[in-house]
Design a protein around this ligand. Structure first.
Ligand code: SF4
Length: 387
């Protein structure tokens, strides 16, 4: 993870200057809109398909080189692509990512564990994180995800994935819950079930957002702060009480701050810390459009028009215009992928994480438990320079 630190200074300078001096360190690659779920919070499966081929990904990753540290292969349902391990292998060959993140709905229980095992073999030195989506328990999950029997299949997939853990030390198995107006009242139940029955390596929750990509703008799926806040604060209490060490403690400190960020974004309806989407993070749509993020889903250019050269697509006039709009605060959201990169590029947040981790490590060493210091998210106004 320390490898990202030298990149951060360049990305901060890019943000201040409004010109890209580097390629993004976090990339989300949506490999297809195809999906076998019919979630109440997502209509992406209705979008037309024009997916990149494996060779198109190969050329794109070759142009990226070692710039991106964190790859997310999303969808649709990414495991529907039989060539997902080959796509990951191409990314690994050219880009050597430190972290590869893959969400799954777990529906294809007879296929997914073997496909993920191929992914693990394709990227032996990357940390591979697979997050199983769980939006309810039992039939409630099936209702929200629109597929009868989904919960049972997801549990079989989870067991199959868990069995891989003893053979692959680079494998992290997580559970991911989207909190929407459909399950906000059940969140405590989901959390307890995950904690007591599934015991994953990590549990993350993301608030349901209205996204252009998912065709959910105007659907009213996002919970109000009044109902979200108590649910998430209980989760934060659990995070702070868990006695993690090393990298897990750092991850946990960032996650805690991410939840603070979500609450403040909902309350203040603004970028609470500067958003560096289009600078430090980006998304590639299945057809090769390069976006700053999936919330806006506005193309900087299509890789097919730039001979699969990511850098050329990254330096278009449209890309600069989008960066200006974001820097001017014309949008705000709690998108997790962008938020984690934003926190890494935000010196006050980095300093507060370092302080908390340092003090807790010291406290553990002296067998004393300290209250985490400086936990609340440090804020800078978006029109101030990063400093
Ligand atoms: S604030 Fe949200 S919508 Fe705006 S660019 Fe950042 S991630 Fe995208």
């Amino acid at each position: 993870m320390l490898e990202v630190l030298p990149k951060i200074a360049k990305l901060q300078a890019s943000y201040v200057l409004g010109k890209p001096l580097a390629l993004p360190m976090s990339l989300t690659i949506s490999v297809s809109y195809r999906c076998n779920s019919r979630c109440k919070t997502c209509n992406v499966w209705q979008r037309p398909n024009d997916d990149f081929t494996l060779e198109e990904y190969n050329q794109t990753f070759a142009s990226l080189g070692r710039a991106a540290y964190w790859f997310t292969f999303s969808g649709g349902e990414p495991t529907l692509r039989r060539d997902l391990p080959a796509i990951v292998a191409a990314a690994y060959r050219h880009c050597q990512p430190g972290i590869i993140n893959i969400p799954t709905n777990g529906i294809q229980d007879k296929i997914i564990p073997a496909r993920i095992e191929q992914v693990l073999q394709a990227a032996p030195t990357s940390e591979v994180i697979v997050n199983l989506s769980l939006d309810g328990i039992g039939e409630k999950h099936d209702q929200i995800r629109g597929v009868k029997g989904n919960f049972e299949r997801a549990m079989r997939t989870y067991a199959g994935l868990k069995a891989l853990k003893s053979r692959y030390k680079n494998f992290t198995l997580g559970v991911h819950t989207v909190i929407s107006n459909f399950n906000i009242d059940d969140f405590e139940h989901i959390y307890q079930y995950v904690k007591q029955e599934l015991r994953p390596d990590s549990f993350i929750s993301e608030i349901a957002e209205e996204r252009v990509e998912l065709d959910t703008v105007g659907t009213g799926i996002t919970p109000a702060l009044g109902s979200y806040q108590p649910a998430i604060e209980h989760l934060q209490q659990g995070l702070r009480q868990s006695n993690q060490a090393g990298v897990s403690r750092i991850t946990q400190a960032f996650r805690d701050r991410y939840y603070d960020l979500v609450k403040r974004t909902l309350a203040e309806q603004r970028q609470v810390i500067p958003c560096l989407a289009g600078v430090a993070s980006a998304q590639i749509a299945p057809n090769g459009d390069v976006w700053t993020c999936c919330i806006r889903a506005e193309s900087m250019g299509n890789l097919r028009d730039f001979d699969y050269d990511f850098g050329a697509t990254w330096r278009t006039a449209k890309a600069d215009a989008l960066r200006r709009s974001i820097k001017a605060g014309e949008c705000h959201c709690p998108l997790a992928n962008a938020a984690y990169t934003n926190m890494l590029c935000h010196p006050p947040t980095l300093a507060s994480v370092a302080l908390e981790v340092g003090q807790n490590t010291l406290a553990s060493a002296t067998r004393k438990r300290l209250t985490p210091p400086g936990r609340m998210l440090p804020v800078v106004s978006i029109d101030k320079k990063l400093s």
